[in-house]
Ligand binder design. Sequence first.
Ligand SMILES: Cc1cc2nc3c(=O)[nH]c(=O)nc-3n(C[C@H](O)[C@H](O)[C@H](O)COP(=O)(O)O)c2cc1C
Length: 170
Amino acid sequence: MNKAEVLKQIIEQRRSIFPKDYSDTVISQEILDEILHSASLAPNHKRTKPWRFKIFRGEQKAKLALEMQSIYKETQSEQLFLEKKYNDIGFKINKADAVLSIVVNFSGMVPEWEEIAAVSMAVQNMYLTCTANNIGCYWSSTKLVDHLKESLTIQENQQCLGLFYMGNLE
Ligand SMILES: Cc1cc2nc3c(=O)[nH]c(=O)nc-3n(C[C@H](O)[C@H](O)[C@H](O)COP(=O)(O)O)c2cc1C
């Protein structure tokens, strides 16, 4: 296959795949580095490189799951609280091998939408690199991340745009 055919195939194959379909195997550090490297190659106006990714694995990931669950509990009224949703928040983070927080840094040098667009392109690069490596992934834009305190520190000129879940397939 030539380059154009390979690229077309990866773009066509890319899907959002959820943690229930991830295997329990570990993504190699080499591939994880490759995924992050692909993100850093995204186009960005004035080279502001507005993406800030924090990787959660192992114990840190387990703590993130607990914090997300307690945020859900605290921000829902008793009538709207669903035990299933509460359990699902923990299940998804624990089932993924790696979770990334997607944060945009607003430099003030270009309009905010341009920084968000650049971060989104970085996420697309990660989606495609995951696809090429048979890794399931998806972007969750849950608003719960706005309340993260222990797992994530963000500056005044930054915003968390959600979480990126990853796990090997098959
Ligand atoms: C900015 C953004 C936010 C998203 N947030 C969520 C989300 O919160 N929950 C979810 O299930 N999927 C989320 N997705 C994934 C979309 O639902 C998914 O891309 C769409 O259903 C199309 O499926 P595909 O990615 O397999 O083509 C998000 C995608 C993008 C680009």
